[in-house]
Ligand binder design. Structure first.
Ligand code: XMP
Length: 571
Protein backbone atom coordinates (compact mmCIF):
# COMPACT_ATOMS: atom_id res chain seq x y z
CA UNK A 1 0.00 0.00 0.00
CA UNK A 2 2.86 2.32 0.83
CA UNK A 3 4.48 1.66 -2.52
CA UNK A 4 1.21 2.83 -4.05
CA UNK A 5 1.49 6.03 -2.02
CA UNK A 6 -1.01 5.26 0.73
CA UNK A 7 -0.23 5.36 4.43
CA UNK A 8 -0.77 1.94 5.97
CA UNK A 9 -0.06 0.07 9.16
CA UNK A 10 0.07 -3.61 10.01
CA UNK A 11 -2.17 -4.67 12.90
CA UNK A 12 -2.51 -8.05 14.62
CA UNK A 13 -5.39 -9.90 12.99
CA UNK A 14 -7.41 -10.00 16.22
CA UNK A 15 -7.37 -6.21 16.69
CA UNK A 16 -10.70 -5.05 18.07
CA UNK A 17 -12.82 -2.71 15.98
CA UNK A 18 -11.93 0.19 18.27
CA UNK A 19 -8.32 -0.01 17.11
CA UNK A 20 -9.45 0.24 13.48
CA UNK A 21 -12.22 2.82 13.47
CA UNK A 22 -9.88 5.44 12.04
CA UNK A 23 -9.05 3.28 9.00
CA UNK A 24 -10.34 4.12 5.54
CA UNK A 25 -9.97 0.52 4.57
CA UNK A 26 -8.92 -2.82 5.97
CA UNK A 27 -7.03 -5.59 4.20
CA UNK A 28 -7.06 -9.06 5.69
CA UNK A 29 -3.91 -10.74 4.44
CA UNK A 30 -3.17 -14.26 3.35
CA UNK A 31 -1.46 -16.84 5.55
CA UNK A 32 -0.67 -20.55 5.72
CA UNK A 33 -3.46 -21.59 8.12
CA UNK A 34 -6.83 -23.16 7.44
CA UNK A 35 -9.88 -21.37 8.89
CA UNK A 36 -11.06 -24.66 10.34
CA UNK A 37 -8.00 -25.20 12.54
CA UNK A 38 -8.65 -24.28 16.16
CA UNK A 39 -5.57 -22.12 16.52
CA UNK A 40 -5.95 -20.20 13.25
CA UNK A 41 -5.85 -16.42 13.28
CA UNK A 42 -9.25 -14.82 13.32
CA UNK A 43 -10.58 -11.26 13.44
CA UNK A 44 -13.14 -9.18 15.29
CA UNK A 45 -16.39 -9.78 13.32
CA UNK A 46 -17.44 -6.22 14.27
CA UNK A 47 -14.87 -4.96 11.74
CA UNK A 48 -17.01 -6.46 8.99
CA UNK A 49 -20.12 -4.71 10.30
CA UNK A 50 -18.50 -1.29 10.73
CA UNK A 51 -18.98 -0.06 7.18
CA UNK A 52 -15.20 0.10 6.57
CA UNK A 53 -14.32 -1.12 3.06
CA UNK A 54 -12.56 -4.46 3.51
CA UNK A 55 -10.54 -6.63 1.15
CA UNK A 56 -9.67 -10.20 2.07
CA UNK A 57 -6.75 -11.78 0.24
CA UNK A 58 -6.46 -15.59 0.06
CA UNK A 59 -6.87 -16.69 3.72
CA UNK A 60 -8.49 -13.28 4.24
CA UNK A 61 -11.22 -14.09 1.73
CA UNK A 62 -11.79 -17.45 3.40
CA UNK A 63 -11.94 -15.91 6.87
CA UNK A 64 -14.48 -13.30 5.77
CA UNK A 65 -16.54 -16.07 4.18
CA UNK A 66 -16.49 -18.17 7.32
CA UNK A 67 -17.37 -15.28 9.63
CA UNK A 68 -20.26 -14.13 7.45
CA UNK A 69 -21.86 -17.55 7.17
CA UNK A 70 -20.50 -18.81 3.84
CA UNK A 71 -18.65 -22.09 3.39
CA UNK A 72 -14.95 -22.80 2.98
CA UNK A 73 -13.64 -26.23 2.11
CA UNK A 74 -10.55 -28.03 0.93
CA UNK A 75 -10.29 -27.87 -2.87
CA UNK A 76 -10.04 -31.06 -4.91
CA UNK A 77 -6.51 -30.03 -5.75
CA UNK A 78 -4.18 -27.21 -4.77
CA UNK A 79 -3.44 -24.30 -7.05
CA UNK A 80 0.11 -23.00 -6.70
CA UNK A 81 1.70 -20.45 -8.99
CA UNK A 82 0.62 -19.04 -12.30
CA UNK A 83 -3.10 -19.16 -13.14
CA UNK A 84 -5.52 -17.31 -15.38
CA UNK A 85 -8.37 -15.25 -14.06
CA UNK A 86 -11.62 -14.94 -15.98
CA UNK A 87 -13.95 -12.16 -14.94
CA UNK A 88 -17.62 -13.07 -14.90
CA UNK A 89 -18.95 -9.54 -14.35
CA UNK A 90 -17.98 -6.24 -15.94
CA UNK A 91 -19.26 -3.79 -13.35
CA UNK A 92 -17.17 -4.46 -10.23
CA UNK A 93 -15.25 -1.44 -8.94
CA UNK A 94 -12.44 -3.80 -7.88
CA UNK A 95 -11.70 -4.81 -11.47
CA UNK A 96 -12.48 -1.51 -13.18
CA UNK A 97 -10.32 -0.95 -16.23
CA UNK A 98 -9.13 -4.56 -16.44
CA UNK A 99 -9.51 -6.98 -19.33
CA UNK A 100 -11.59 -10.06 -18.59
CA UNK A 101 -8.72 -12.56 -18.85
CA UNK A 102 -5.42 -12.08 -17.04
CA UNK A 103 -2.37 -13.65 -15.42
CA UNK A 104 -2.54 -14.04 -11.66
CA UNK A 105 -0.62 -15.83 -8.91
CA UNK A 106 -2.36 -18.40 -6.74
CA UNK A 107 -1.20 -20.27 -3.66
CA UNK A 108 -3.99 -22.20 -1.95
CA UNK A 109 -5.72 -25.48 -1.30
CA UNK A 110 -8.73 -24.34 0.74
CA UNK A 111 -11.27 -22.29 -1.19
CA UNK A 112 -14.62 -20.58 -0.81
CA UNK A 113 -17.28 -23.18 -1.73
CA UNK A 114 -20.33 -21.01 -1.01
CA UNK A 115 -19.99 -17.23 -0.64
CA UNK A 116 -21.93 -15.62 2.22
CA UNK A 117 -25.46 -14.34 1.56
CA UNK A 118 -25.37 -11.04 -0.28
CA UNK A 119 -22.12 -11.80 -2.10
CA UNK A 120 -21.69 -12.40 -5.81
CA UNK A 121 -18.86 -14.15 -7.61
CA UNK A 122 -16.69 -11.81 -9.70
CA UNK A 123 -14.14 -14.13 -11.25
CA UNK A 124 -12.90 -17.70 -11.52
CA UNK A 125 -9.97 -19.80 -12.71
CA UNK A 126 -10.01 -23.31 -14.15
CA UNK A 127 -9.47 -24.69 -10.62
CA UNK A 128 -11.23 -22.16 -8.43
CA UNK A 129 -14.79 -21.05 -9.13
CA UNK A 130 -14.65 -18.33 -6.47
CA UNK A 131 -11.44 -16.48 -7.35
CA UNK A 132 -13.04 -13.14 -6.39
CA UNK A 133 -16.24 -12.20 -4.54
CA UNK A 134 -17.93 -9.00 -3.40
CA UNK A 135 -20.78 -7.56 -1.46
CA UNK A 136 -20.60 -4.06 -2.92
CA UNK A 137 -23.39 -2.75 -0.68
CA UNK A 138 -21.37 -3.61 2.45
CA UNK A 139 -18.05 -2.72 0.76
CA UNK A 140 -16.59 -6.17 1.41
CA UNK A 141 -14.39 -7.85 -1.22
CA UNK A 142 -12.36 -11.01 -1.40
CA UNK A 143 -9.80 -12.44 -3.80
CA UNK A 144 -8.38 -15.95 -3.65
CA UNK A 145 -5.28 -14.94 -5.66
CA UNK A 146 -2.45 -12.62 -4.66
CA UNK A 147 -2.69 -9.13 -6.18
CA UNK A 148 0.33 -8.04 -4.08
CA UNK A 149 2.93 -10.14 -5.94
CA UNK A 150 4.55 -9.01 -9.18
CA UNK A 151 3.48 -12.20 -10.97
CA UNK A 152 -0.12 -10.97 -10.87
CA UNK A 153 0.22 -8.69 -13.87
CA UNK A 154 -2.61 -6.30 -13.00
CA UNK A 155 -2.27 -6.73 -9.23
CA UNK A 156 -1.26 -3.14 -8.56
CA UNK A 157 -4.24 -1.92 -10.58
CA UNK A 158 -6.62 -4.04 -8.49
CA UNK A 159 -5.13 -2.69 -5.27
CA UNK A 160 -5.30 0.87 -6.62
CA UNK A 161 -8.97 0.34 -7.40
CA UNK A 162 -9.52 -0.78 -3.84
CA UNK A 163 -7.52 2.07 -2.31
CA UNK A 164 -8.62 4.98 -4.44
CA UNK A 165 -12.07 4.28 -5.81
CA UNK A 166 -13.45 1.98 -3.11
CA UNK A 167 -11.80 3.39 0.05
CA UNK A 168 -11.37 6.93 -1.27
CA UNK A 169 -7.76 7.13 -0.05
CA UNK A 170 -5.48 9.96 -1.05
CA UNK A 171 -1.98 9.39 -2.43
CA UNK A 172 -0.14 11.02 0.43
CA UNK A 173 2.41 8.54 1.74
CA UNK A 174 6.00 9.43 1.12
CA UNK A 175 8.52 8.53 3.82
CA UNK A 176 10.40 11.80 3.33
CA UNK A 177 7.20 13.70 4.11
CA UNK A 178 6.90 11.85 7.40
CA UNK A 179 9.93 13.49 8.96
CA UNK A 180 8.00 16.30 10.65
CA UNK A 181 5.46 13.81 11.97
CA UNK A 182 8.14 11.45 13.29
CA UNK A 183 9.84 14.38 15.00
CA UNK A 184 6.54 15.30 16.64
CA UNK A 185 6.22 11.72 17.88
CA UNK A 186 9.72 11.87 19.33
CA UNK A 187 8.89 15.12 21.19
CA UNK A 188 5.65 13.64 22.43
CA UNK A 189 7.26 10.44 23.72
CA UNK A 190 10.19 12.28 25.29
CA UNK A 191 8.03 14.90 27.02
CA UNK A 192 10.51 16.89 29.05
CA UNK A 193 12.96 14.02 29.17
CA UNK A 194 16.11 13.63 27.08
CA UNK A 195 17.14 10.72 24.89
CA UNK A 196 20.09 8.45 25.36
CA UNK A 197 21.04 6.65 22.18
CA UNK A 198 23.33 3.79 21.25
CA UNK A 199 24.61 4.34 17.74
CA UNK A 200 26.28 1.57 15.75
CA UNK A 201 27.45 3.44 12.67
CA UNK A 202 24.75 1.70 10.64
CA UNK A 203 22.02 3.33 8.62
CA UNK A 204 19.11 2.70 11.01
CA UNK A 205 20.65 3.97 14.23
CA UNK A 206 22.29 6.95 12.51
CA UNK A 207 19.02 8.05 10.89
CA UNK A 208 17.04 7.49 14.11
CA UNK A 209 19.67 9.35 16.12
CA UNK A 210 19.67 12.26 13.66
CA UNK A 211 15.87 12.45 13.87
CA UNK A 212 16.11 12.71 17.66
CA UNK A 213 18.78 15.40 17.35
CA UNK A 214 16.61 17.40 14.99
CA UNK A 215 13.54 16.90 17.16
CA UNK A 216 15.09 17.69 20.54
CA UNK A 217 18.36 19.51 19.88
CA UNK A 218 21.85 18.38 20.85
CA UNK A 219 21.41 19.44 24.49
CA UNK A 220 18.82 16.73 25.01
CA UNK A 221 20.35 13.89 23.01
CA UNK A 222 23.35 11.85 24.02
CA UNK A 223 24.82 9.23 21.69
CA UNK A 224 27.19 6.48 22.68
CA UNK A 225 28.90 4.01 20.40
CA UNK A 226 29.81 0.84 22.26
CA UNK A 227 32.81 -1.04 20.97
CA UNK A 228 31.59 -4.50 21.94
CA UNK A 229 34.68 -6.23 20.63
CA UNK A 230 32.31 -7.76 18.08
CA UNK A 231 32.70 -5.09 15.43
CA UNK A 232 34.41 -5.31 12.07
CA UNK A 233 37.92 -4.10 11.39
CA UNK A 234 38.18 -0.31 11.31
CA UNK A 235 34.56 0.18 12.39
CA UNK A 236 35.26 2.22 15.51
CA UNK A 237 37.45 4.62 13.50
CA UNK A 238 34.74 4.93 10.85
CA UNK A 239 32.14 5.78 13.46
CA UNK A 240 34.41 8.33 15.13
CA UNK A 241 35.09 10.04 11.81
CA UNK A 242 31.50 9.89 10.58
CA UNK A 243 29.98 11.50 13.62
CA UNK A 244 32.77 14.05 13.83
CA UNK A 245 32.15 14.90 10.16
CA UNK A 246 28.43 15.15 10.75
CA UNK A 247 29.31 17.74 13.29
CA UNK A 248 27.15 16.24 15.98
CA UNK A 249 29.82 16.18 18.62
CA UNK A 250 27.45 14.33 20.91
CA UNK A 251 28.61 10.79 20.27
CA UNK A 252 31.07 9.23 22.68
CA UNK A 253 32.97 6.01 22.19
CA UNK A 254 32.71 3.45 24.99
CA UNK A 255 35.05 0.47 24.99
CA UNK A 256 33.32 -2.50 26.56
CA UNK A 257 34.93 -5.53 24.95
CA UNK A 258 35.30 -7.60 28.11
CA UNK A 259 31.74 -6.92 29.21
CA UNK A 260 30.50 -8.70 26.09
CA UNK A 261 33.16 -11.36 25.54
CA UNK A 262 33.16 -12.48 29.20
CA UNK A 263 29.52 -13.63 29.33
CA UNK A 264 29.83 -15.19 25.85
CA UNK A 265 32.54 -17.56 27.03
CA UNK A 266 31.51 -21.19 26.54
CA UNK A 267 28.27 -20.23 24.78
CA UNK A 268 27.46 -21.79 21.40
CA UNK A 269 23.65 -21.57 21.07
CA UNK A 270 22.62 -18.63 18.82
CA UNK A 271 19.52 -17.52 20.70
CA UNK A 272 21.53 -17.53 23.94
CA UNK A 273 24.26 -15.44 22.29
CA UNK A 274 21.64 -12.96 21.12
CA UNK A 275 20.03 -12.73 24.55
CA UNK A 276 23.37 -12.25 26.29
CA UNK A 277 24.38 -9.48 23.90
CA UNK A 278 21.01 -7.73 24.15
CA UNK A 279 21.08 -7.87 27.93
CA UNK A 280 24.71 -6.68 28.04
CA UNK A 281 23.66 -3.65 26.00
CA UNK A 282 21.07 -2.90 28.69
CA UNK A 283 23.69 -3.33 31.45
CA UNK A 284 26.25 -1.16 29.68
CA UNK A 285 23.53 1.42 29.17
CA UNK A 286 22.60 1.34 32.87
CA UNK A 287 26.25 1.62 33.84
CA UNK A 288 26.88 4.57 31.53
CA UNK A 289 23.68 6.31 32.53
CA UNK A 290 24.44 5.85 36.23
CA UNK A 291 28.03 7.06 35.74
CA UNK A 292 26.81 10.17 33.98
CA UNK A 293 24.00 10.83 36.39
CA UNK A 294 21.38 10.11 33.73
CA UNK A 295 19.45 7.45 35.65
CA UNK A 296 17.22 9.93 37.44
CA UNK A 297 14.11 9.40 35.31
CA UNK A 298 14.86 12.36 33.08
CA UNK A 299 16.23 10.21 30.24
CA UNK A 300 14.72 7.59 27.98
CA UNK A 301 16.45 5.19 25.61
CA UNK A 302 16.41 5.69 21.82
CA UNK A 303 16.72 2.75 19.41
CA UNK A 304 17.05 2.41 15.64
CA UNK A 305 14.62 -0.53 15.44
CA UNK A 306 12.95 -0.83 12.03
CA UNK A 307 9.82 -2.69 11.07
CA UNK A 308 11.29 -6.04 9.95
CA UNK A 309 13.16 -6.35 13.29
CA UNK A 310 9.79 -6.37 15.02
CA UNK A 311 8.21 -8.89 12.67
CA UNK A 312 11.06 -11.41 12.89
CA UNK A 313 11.28 -11.19 16.67
CA UNK A 314 7.66 -12.40 16.68
CA UNK A 315 6.34 -8.97 17.61
CA UNK A 316 3.79 -8.31 14.87
CA UNK A 317 1.10 -10.21 16.73
CA UNK A 318 0.08 -9.82 20.33
CA UNK A 319 -0.34 -13.54 20.43
CA UNK A 320 3.22 -14.85 20.25
CA UNK A 321 2.09 -18.14 18.76
CA UNK A 322 0.87 -16.42 15.58
CA UNK A 323 4.06 -14.73 14.41
CA UNK A 324 6.90 -17.16 14.91
CA UNK A 325 10.18 -16.01 16.45
CA UNK A 326 12.81 -16.54 13.76
CA UNK A 327 15.58 -14.68 15.59
CA UNK A 328 15.42 -12.46 18.63
CA UNK A 329 16.88 -9.15 17.60
CA UNK A 330 19.15 -7.55 20.18
CA UNK A 331 16.68 -4.68 20.54
CA UNK A 332 13.77 -6.97 21.46
CA UNK A 333 15.20 -8.88 24.43
CA UNK A 334 13.21 -8.97 27.72
CA UNK A 335 15.20 -6.12 29.35
CA UNK A 336 14.23 -3.85 26.45
CA UNK A 337 10.64 -5.14 26.40
CA UNK A 338 10.37 -4.12 30.06
CA UNK A 339 11.58 -0.60 29.28
CA UNK A 340 9.09 -0.46 26.41
CA UNK A 341 6.23 -1.37 28.71
CA UNK A 342 7.30 1.49 30.99
CA UNK A 343 7.29 3.94 28.08
CA UNK A 344 11.06 4.41 28.40
CA UNK A 345 11.96 3.64 24.78
CA UNK A 346 11.65 5.80 21.69
CA UNK A 347 11.95 4.11 18.29
CA UNK A 348 11.41 6.71 15.57
CA UNK A 349 11.80 4.19 12.73
CA UNK A 350 9.81 1.26 14.11
CA UNK A 351 7.20 1.56 11.35
CA UNK A 352 9.56 1.83 8.40
CA UNK A 353 11.28 -0.55 6.04
CA UNK A 354 14.97 -0.16 5.24
CA UNK A 355 14.48 1.47 1.85
CA UNK A 356 12.17 4.01 3.50
CA UNK A 357 14.78 4.70 6.19
CA UNK A 358 17.33 5.45 3.46
CA UNK A 359 14.88 7.83 1.83
CA UNK A 360 14.39 9.65 5.13
CA UNK A 361 18.17 9.84 5.61
CA UNK A 362 18.66 11.26 2.12
CA UNK A 363 16.01 13.86 2.78
CA UNK A 364 17.85 14.85 5.96
CA UNK A 365 21.07 15.29 4.00
CA UNK A 366 23.06 12.33 5.34
CA UNK A 367 25.87 11.20 3.04
CA UNK A 368 25.49 8.42 0.49
CA UNK A 369 28.62 6.75 1.93
CA UNK A 370 26.68 6.30 5.15
CA UNK A 371 23.24 5.56 3.73
CA UNK A 372 24.46 3.00 1.20
CA UNK A 373 26.36 0.95 3.77
CA UNK A 374 25.42 -2.68 3.85
CA UNK A 375 23.37 -3.56 6.92
CA UNK A 376 25.33 -5.08 9.80
CA UNK A 377 23.54 -6.93 12.61
CA UNK A 378 23.48 -5.50 16.11
CA UNK A 379 25.00 -8.61 17.75
CA UNK A 380 27.92 -8.17 15.35
CA UNK A 381 30.53 -10.81 14.62
CA UNK A 382 29.28 -12.99 17.50
CA UNK A 383 26.56 -14.40 15.26
CA UNK A 384 29.01 -14.89 12.39
CA UNK A 385 31.52 -16.74 14.56
CA UNK A 386 29.91 -20.18 14.80
CA UNK A 387 30.68 -22.45 17.70
CA UNK A 388 30.34 -26.09 18.56
CA UNK A 389 30.15 -27.71 21.97
CA UNK A 390 31.56 -30.99 20.73
CA UNK A 391 33.83 -32.44 18.12
CA UNK A 392 31.94 -34.04 15.20
CA UNK A 393 32.89 -35.98 12.11
CA UNK A 394 31.77 -34.88 8.66
CA UNK A 395 29.64 -37.60 7.11
CA UNK A 396 28.47 -38.51 3.63
CA UNK A 397 24.87 -37.36 3.08
CA UNK A 398 22.75 -37.63 -0.07
CA UNK A 399 24.46 -35.55 -2.73
CA UNK A 400 27.14 -34.03 -0.54
CA UNK A 401 28.62 -33.98 2.96
CA UNK A 402 26.76 -33.30 6.13
CA UNK A 403 28.72 -30.72 8.11
CA UNK A 404 27.30 -30.74 11.65
CA UNK A 405 27.62 -27.00 12.16
CA UNK A 406 24.10 -25.81 12.90
CA UNK A 407 22.70 -22.67 11.37
CA UNK A 408 19.33 -20.93 11.51
CA UNK A 409 16.87 -21.09 8.66
CA UNK A 410 13.30 -20.05 8.00
CA UNK A 411 11.07 -22.76 6.60
CA UNK A 412 7.29 -22.47 6.32
CA UNK A 413 7.39 -19.15 8.25
CA UNK A 414 9.02 -20.77 11.27
CA UNK A 415 12.56 -21.15 12.52
CA UNK A 416 14.76 -24.15 11.79
CA UNK A 417 18.16 -24.93 13.28
CA UNK A 418 19.97 -27.59 11.31
CA UNK A 419 23.30 -28.77 9.91
CA UNK A 420 24.60 -27.62 6.55
CA UNK A 421 25.05 -29.71 3.43
CA UNK A 422 28.41 -29.18 1.70
CA UNK A 423 29.09 -29.88 -1.96
CA UNK A 424 32.77 -30.58 -2.37
CA UNK A 425 33.42 -29.12 -5.79
CA UNK A 426 32.70 -25.69 -7.08
CA UNK A 427 31.96 -25.49 -10.79
CA UNK A 428 32.05 -22.08 -12.44
CA UNK A 429 29.70 -19.28 -11.50
CA UNK A 430 27.85 -19.86 -14.76
CA UNK A 431 26.46 -23.09 -13.37
CA UNK A 432 24.19 -21.06 -11.09
CA UNK A 433 23.95 -23.70 -8.42
CA UNK A 434 21.57 -21.67 -6.30
CA UNK A 435 18.37 -23.06 -7.75
CA UNK A 436 19.61 -26.59 -7.38
CA UNK A 437 20.59 -25.82 -3.79
CA UNK A 438 17.04 -24.80 -2.96
CA UNK A 439 15.72 -28.05 -4.38
CA UNK A 440 18.37 -29.97 -2.48
CA UNK A 441 17.24 -28.41 0.80
CA UNK A 442 13.62 -29.16 -0.01
CA UNK A 443 14.52 -32.80 -0.77
CA UNK A 444 16.90 -33.39 2.12
CA UNK A 445 15.12 -33.67 5.43
CA UNK A 446 17.10 -32.15 8.26
CA UNK A 447 19.24 -29.56 6.47
CA UNK A 448 18.41 -25.92 5.81
CA UNK A 449 21.47 -24.67 3.96
CA UNK A 450 23.82 -25.70 1.17
CA UNK A 451 27.36 -24.49 0.63
CA UNK A 452 29.91 -25.36 -2.03
CA UNK A 453 33.62 -25.69 -1.43
CA UNK A 454 35.60 -23.08 -3.37
CA UNK A 455 39.01 -24.21 -2.13
CA UNK A 456 40.28 -26.23 0.82
CA UNK A 457 43.54 -27.60 2.15
CA UNK A 458 42.10 -31.11 2.55
CA UNK A 459 39.12 -32.95 1.06
CA UNK A 460 35.96 -32.79 3.19
CA UNK A 461 36.32 -36.47 4.10
CA UNK A 462 39.51 -35.55 6.01
CA UNK A 463 37.94 -32.68 7.93
CA UNK A 464 35.96 -32.44 11.14
CA UNK A 465 34.07 -29.93 13.23
CA UNK A 466 36.13 -28.83 16.25
CA UNK A 467 34.76 -27.99 19.68
CA UNK A 468 35.00 -24.24 19.51
CA UNK A 469 33.70 -21.04 21.10
CA UNK A 470 34.00 -17.29 20.70
CA UNK A 471 37.57 -16.32 21.59
CA UNK A 472 39.71 -13.26 20.96
CA UNK A 473 41.74 -15.34 18.53
CA UNK A 474 38.77 -16.52 16.47
CA UNK A 475 37.27 -13.05 16.41
CA UNK A 476 40.57 -11.64 15.18
CA UNK A 477 40.66 -14.32 12.48
CA UNK A 478 37.12 -13.54 11.36
CA UNK A 479 37.84 -9.80 11.41
CA UNK A 480 40.88 -10.37 9.21
CA UNK A 481 39.01 -12.60 6.73
CA UNK A 482 36.07 -10.18 6.62
CA UNK A 483 38.46 -7.26 6.04
CA UNK A 484 40.08 -9.05 3.08
CA UNK A 485 36.71 -9.92 1.54
CA UNK A 486 35.38 -6.42 2.03
CA UNK A 487 38.41 -4.78 0.50
CA UNK A 488 38.49 -7.10 -2.55
CA UNK A 489 34.77 -6.83 -3.05
CA UNK A 490 34.94 -3.04 -2.91
CA UNK A 491 37.89 -2.82 -5.32
CA UNK A 492 36.15 -5.08 -7.84
CA UNK A 493 32.91 -3.07 -7.55
CA UNK A 494 31.14 -6.26 -6.46
CA UNK A 495 29.81 -4.63 -3.29
CA UNK A 496 27.46 -2.59 -5.48
CA UNK A 497 25.83 -5.79 -6.76
CA UNK A 498 24.96 -7.13 -3.33
CA UNK A 499 22.72 -5.91 -0.56
CA UNK A 500 24.81 -7.49 2.13
CA UNK A 501 27.89 -9.72 2.23
CA UNK A 502 28.29 -11.60 5.52
CA UNK A 503 31.51 -13.55 6.03
CA UNK A 504 31.10 -16.40 8.48
CA UNK A 505 33.67 -18.41 10.42
CA UNK A 506 32.80 -22.06 11.04
CA UNK A 507 34.87 -24.49 13.14
CA UNK A 508 35.51 -26.87 10.24
CA UNK A 509 39.03 -27.98 9.34
CA UNK A 510 41.88 -30.35 10.03
CA UNK A 511 45.27 -30.29 11.76
CA UNK A 512 46.25 -26.77 12.78
CA UNK A 513 43.77 -25.13 10.43
CA UNK A 514 40.63 -25.38 12.53
CA UNK A 515 38.34 -22.86 10.92
CA UNK A 516 36.79 -22.28 7.51
CA UNK A 517 35.35 -19.17 5.97
CA UNK A 518 31.91 -19.02 4.35
CA UNK A 519 31.12 -16.27 1.85
CA UNK A 520 27.46 -15.22 1.84
CA UNK A 521 26.81 -12.46 -0.72
CA UNK A 522 23.07 -11.88 -1.03
CA UNK A 523 20.66 -9.62 -2.78
CA UNK A 524 17.55 -8.41 -1.01
CA UNK A 525 15.16 -5.49 -0.94
CA UNK A 526 14.21 -5.44 2.72
CA UNK A 527 16.02 -8.35 4.36
CA UNK A 528 12.81 -10.36 4.67
CA UNK A 529 13.65 -12.56 1.69
CA UNK A 530 16.99 -12.79 -0.10
CA UNK A 531 18.78 -14.40 -3.02
CA UNK A 532 22.23 -15.92 -2.89
CA UNK A 533 24.16 -13.95 -5.53
CA UNK A 534 26.62 -15.40 -8.06
CA UNK A 535 30.10 -13.91 -7.86
CA UNK A 536 32.44 -13.60 -10.88
CA UNK A 537 34.82 -16.58 -10.99
CA UNK A 538 38.05 -14.61 -11.08
CA UNK A 539 37.14 -12.55 -8.03
CA UNK A 540 36.05 -15.67 -6.16
CA UNK A 541 39.28 -17.54 -6.96
CA UNK A 542 41.40 -14.53 -6.01
CA UNK A 543 39.53 -14.18 -2.70
CA UNK A 544 39.94 -17.86 -1.86
CA UNK A 545 43.67 -17.69 -2.63
CA UNK A 546 44.15 -14.64 -0.37
CA UNK A 547 42.15 -16.25 2.43
CA UNK A 548 44.06 -19.53 2.27
CA UNK A 549 47.32 -17.63 2.76
CA UNK A 550 46.19 -17.47 6.40
CA UNK A 551 47.35 -20.73 7.99
CA UNK A 552 44.44 -20.97 10.46
CA UNK A 553 41.95 -21.11 7.58
CA UNK A 554 41.24 -24.62 6.31
CA UNK A 555 38.83 -23.83 3.49
CA UNK A 556 36.65 -21.30 1.74
CA UNK A 557 32.98 -22.06 1.04
CA UNK A 558 30.17 -20.32 -0.79
CA UNK A 559 26.66 -20.24 0.63
CA UNK A 560 24.20 -21.04 -2.16
CA UNK A 561 21.02 -20.81 -0.09
CA UNK A 562 18.29 -18.31 -0.73
CA UNK A 563 16.12 -16.95 2.13
CA UNK A 564 13.93 -18.91 2.66
CA UNK A 565 14.95 -21.66 3.35
CA UNK A 566 18.17 -20.18 4.83
CA UNK A 567 18.33 -16.87 6.67
CA UNK A 568 20.85 -14.20 5.67
CA UNK A 569 22.92 -14.54 8.81
CA UNK A 570 23.85 -18.03 9.93
CA UNK A 571 22.65 -17.42 13.49
P1 XMP B 1 18.32 -12.83 8.77
O1 XMP B 1 19.58 -13.48 9.19
O2 XMP B 1 17.24 -12.96 9.80
O3 XMP B 1 18.66 -11.28 8.70
O4 XMP B 1 17.86 -13.24 7.42
C1 XMP B 1 17.85 -10.31 8.12
C2 XMP B 1 18.57 -8.99 8.21
O5 XMP B 1 18.61 -8.54 9.57
C3 XMP B 1 19.95 -8.39 10.00
N1 XMP B 1 19.99 -8.85 11.39
C4 XMP B 1 19.96 -8.03 12.44
N2 XMP B 1 19.95 -6.69 12.51
N3 XMP B 1 19.94 -6.82 14.85
C5 XMP B 1 19.95 -6.09 13.71
O6 XMP B 1 19.99 -4.86 13.79
C6 XMP B 1 19.94 -8.16 14.87
O7 XMP B 1 19.93 -8.79 15.92
C7 XMP B 1 19.96 -8.79 13.60
N4 XMP B 1 19.97 -10.09 13.20
C8 XMP B 1 19.98 -10.09 11.84
C9 XMP B 1 20.77 -9.24 9.06
O8 XMP B 1 22.11 -8.80 9.01
C10 XMP B 1 20.02 -9.05 7.78
O9 XMP B 1 20.33 -7.84 7.16
Amino acid sequence: MRELGVSSEVFPSESPIDALRHARGVIISGGPSSVYDQSSPTMDPAVLAAGIPTLGICYGQQLITQLLGGEVRKGDKGEFGLAFLDLCVNDSALFAGLTDHQKIWMSHRDMVAVPPTGFRILASTSTCSTAAIEDAARGIFGVQFHPEVVHTTEGARILENFLFSICGCAKDWNPANRIALVEDQIRERAGDRSVFFFVSGGVDSTVAFTLCLEALGSERVCGVYVDTGLMREGETDFVEETFAALGHGVVNIERAEEEFLGPLEGVYEPELKRHIIGEQFVKVQERIMAARGLADGSWILGQGTIYPDTIESGGSSRDKSKAATIKTHHNRVPGIQKLMEQGLIVEPLADFYKDEVREIGREMGLSAALLDRHPFPGPGLAIRCLCSSEEHAVTRFSEGWLVPVHSVGVQGDSRSYAPVLAIDTFPSAAARLQDEATELVNRSVGVNRVMACVAAREPLSQQKVFSSYITHGRLALLRRADGIVREMSFKAGFDKHVWQFPVILIPLGSGESRDSVVLRPIYSVDGMTADSVTMPDDLLRAMATRLLEITEIAGVYYDLTHKPPGTIEWE
